[in-house]
Design a protein around this ligand. Structure first.
Ligand SMILES: *Cc1c(COP(=O)(O)O)cnc(C)c1O
Length: 224
């Protein structure tokens, strides 16, 4: 086990000062690592792969709040709909339709974040600013009563260049603030941005939720 207990405690301390929520990203990590943080009080965990999330949810304590932070295919929503606490990467209206349908089936309103494309890389999913405003101002959201849009999520470019990262986080914050009036007061209040390497900067730029994996659990090994 390579869980960084000291790092966790320091991070929790730093985040509590700025009221930022920590999502401990446990993808590829074993249950014992998750339990190590659970036993220190951590309840919010993030996973990227549907099957892995379903397996972990079934075998770990039921008061864990599971966030799905990966790219979600419509045909897999049904597996996580019964329990998922927040879906971060909602990147199309087709996916919203499916989450709404599965939410209705399970008598749940499922909290979601719309993913915004902020990075320069082509491969990252998400809406862009104009698309999100078109969607939010279209009135179509009222059709999805089993989906509650709680805010936005973004992934910055894979770079150490602080000025590039700053611009991307600022851009996301701008879209977030512009979108807020489309919602009931207080509902749209989550800005999920920042990972192990860039969370401090993300918080400086207004993040309210950081998704942190390797800093807590060590580097991931995908070949296992
Ligand atoms: C894996 C992942 C993270 C965590 O990344 P670290 O660099 O390990 O902190 C955060 N967000 C998303 C969307 C991820 O896929």
């Amino acid at each position: 086990m390579s869980v960084n207990i000291e790092g966790y405690q320091k991070l929790k301390f730093d985040l509590s000062a700025s009221h930022v929520e920590l999502v401990a990203v446990s993808k590829t990590k074993p249950n014992e690592d998750i339990l190590a943080l659970y036993n220190l009080g951590q309840r919010v965990f993030g996973e990227n792969y549907v099957q892995e999330l379903v397996d972990k949810q079934a075998s770990l304590p039921t008061d864990i709040q599971w966030h799905f932070i990966g790219h979600l295919q419509s045909n897999k929503v049904k597996y996580i709909a019964p329990f998922v606490h927040l879906i971060h990467g909602v990147d199309s209206e087709k996916l919203i339709q499916e989450i709404n349908k599965q939410g209705a089936k399970h008598h749940r309103v499922i909290d979601c974040l719309l993913q915004i494309h902020i990075a320069s890389e082509e491969t990252k999913f998400g809406f862009d600013g104009p698309e999100i405003h078109e969607f939010l101002n279209s009135g179509r959201l009222v059709n999805y009563s089993h989906v509650r849009i709680r805010g936005l999520m973004g992934m910055a470019s894979f770079t150490n260049n602080t000025s590039v990262l700053s611009k991307e986080f600022e851009g996301l914050r701008f879209i977030f603030e512009k979108a807020q009036p489309a919602f009931t007061h207080g509902q749209f209040n989550i800005l999920s941005m920042g990972m192990s390497s860039d969370y401090a900067l993300a918080i400086e730029k207004g993040s309210t939720m950081v998704r942190i994996g390797s800093l807590l659990f060590g580097a991931r090994n995908y070949t296992k």
